[in-house]
Design a protein around this ligand. Sequence first.
Ligand SMILES: Nc1nc2c(c(=O)[nH]1)N[C@H]1C(S)=C(S)[C@@H](COP(=O)(O)O)O[C@H]1N2
Ligand SMILES: [Mo]
Length: 327
Amino acid sequence: MYLKKKRPWEIPESEAAPEEAYLGRRRFLRNVGYLSLGGVMLSGLGSNIFGLFDDKGKETGIKVARTPTPVLYPAQRNAKYTLDRPLTDERVAGTYNNFYEFTSDKDVWKHVDKMEVRPWTIEVTGLVEKPRTYDIDELVRLMPLEERLYRLRCVETWAIAVPWTGFPMRDLVALARPLSSAKYIRMTTFMKPLWASGQKPGSGQPWPYTEGLTMEEATNELTLIATGIYGHELPKQHGAPIRLIVPWKYGFKSIKSIVRIEFTDKRPATFWNTISPEVYGFESNIDPDAPHPWSQKMETMLGTGEVRPTLLYNGYGEYVAGIYRKG
Ligand SMILES: Nc1nc2c(c(=O)[nH]1)N[C@H]1C(S)=C(S)[C@@H](COP(=O)(O)O)O[C@H]1N2
Ligand SMILES: [Mo]
């Protein structure tokens, strides 16, 4: 499952100067952009999409939209966030996804062609001093992009370990200047039945997908707004062009393809919590011992099939346990 040649992010800090690794990767990605033109012609894709190649020149099957901001990737890795296991193969993480707007199966990547990721705006609104609608390319240039290696754990018990690119959500919160009455943040995904057949009338589901965090959770240092993965922009199946990553909570909290971020004084209704409140709690912190309809004790790494014990807060207790031990 793993590429034989190590990519820069797989080389331990002791083996390579980070600067060299990044230069190498950047050059590599530039080459990829060039090679991909050929890929586009051959595979007959629209000119706004290009396929990614691995470092052996082999097509990965992962496609990324052509945007004005590819030059921002890869971003400098933040060495603070380390993994206790190998990274998941990019091909594996990019071909086994949850994105119910498109399909309830895992082959989301086969169903996303109609989606358009430009133009794309994110409305920041509600109980803030500075409500504003940001164009995605303006926002990514404004925010300090960095790469972070995080684990992501789905409540279905599969897990991945991936390099996200993004910026701390607290930086966006700071820009918005929340009023003291703001207690929660509500996030919303696009509503486009023409792109995503799951959203067609009659689905019986509470579209658009929404999620929420308390202000304290949203401003925790771990909470990331991701715009990239594996050193490039997000492919659509991972939630292009902008999504949430809260690694200590079950994956459904990490809402994809966000169009709206609203500050509110009430705990927001969320997609899965509305469908089944007993199974998908608002908080949904990863906990092997909390009562749940199916066991959360173990998890299976995608790609390798390795089974590991589920970690409380997905192993991120040092950052977040303090939020929940109060009063
Ligand atoms: N809008 C939206 N966001 C979503 C989902 C979804 O169906 N729609 N699925 C969630 C679930 S259940 C998981 S596990 C993660 C999966 O992220 P990945 O496919 O990038 O690994 O996305 C989450 N974000
Ligand atoms: Mo999930």
